[in-house]
Design a protein around this ligand. Structure first.
Ligand code: DX5
Ligand code: ZN
Length: 223
């Protein structure tokens, strides 16, 4: 299981410093939230930030597209340096085509489901996707409260993955911190996005370590 810090909660006037802080914790990926003011009632960043991050760090850039038109913009973000691109089930009219298009452009393709979207709707794309992102808050803002039902969705995805030959990673996003990381890890999540719980602390690297320790303890088998 890996912690994926979300730079949405970073200090944008000191973005490079904040990225270096979590790099010190040995993280392999950062989460980049792209919002268009339509799919969600908020804006974040565009390709200039992706390009700057790509030049600045070697960690993988996980892009979460909270936008109405991922077919137009996914290739643009991949060209700017995104390694992983997730698109919302709720906006994709031709999801199968969109996922293949992302992979053909050389990125890992993920599908995201909102809290009100059930896992069963993903049945026909689970053999295509590289990862599934379960939203554990309604998208658009950081610092919201974790929706506990999300863990039932993670467990369902773990079951469905066990039935197939091809694997996919399971990611969770929203409201995760030291207080609930043990439950999240036990449910079987592979990638845990954490924004305010990491960056709104005095020592983000230490918080990442602490969350990793808590997750490992939760998953270690007692004999
Ligand atoms: C919310 C974003 C999240 C956000 C999570 O729409 O998708 O990635 O950064 O923030 P926290 O961890 O503070 O809930
Ligand atoms: Zn996100």
């Amino acid at each position: 299981m890996q912690i994926v810090p979300s730079i949405f909660a970073a200090d944008f006037a000191h973005l490079g410093d904040d990225v270096r802080k979590v790099e010190q914790a040995g993280i392999g990926m950062i989460h980049v939230d792209i919002m268009d003011g339509h799919f969600v009632p908020n804006f974040t960043m565009g390709t200039p930030i992706t390009e700057s991050l790509r030049r600045f760090t070697r960690v993988k850039l996980d892009h979460h597209l909270m936008i109405e038109d991922p077919d137009t913009y996914a290739p643009i973000f991949i060209k700017a340096g995104a390694d992983c691109i997730s698109v919302h089930y709720e906006v994709c009219r031709n999801l199968d085509r969109t996922l293949h298009m992302i992979q053909e452009h050389g990125a890992k393709a993920g599908v995201v489901i909102n809290p009100a979207t059930p896992v069963m709707l993903l049945e026909n794309v689970l053999d295509i996707v590289d990862y599934v992102l379960v939203m554990s808050v309604n998208p658009g803002y950081g610092g919201q409260q974790f929706i506990p039902n999300s863990l039932a969705k993670v467990r369902e995805l773990v079951r469905r993955r066990a039935e197939r030959k091809r694997g996919f990673a399971i990611e969770i996003d929203g409201g995760v911190g030291p207080e609930n990381i043990a439950d999240v890890a036990r449910a079987g999540v592979d990638w845990v996005v954490a924004g305010s719980s990491v960056f709104h602390t005095p020592n983000p690297a230490e918080t990442v370590h602490q969350m990793q320790r808590l997750a490992e303890e939760a998953c270690s088998v007692k004999v």
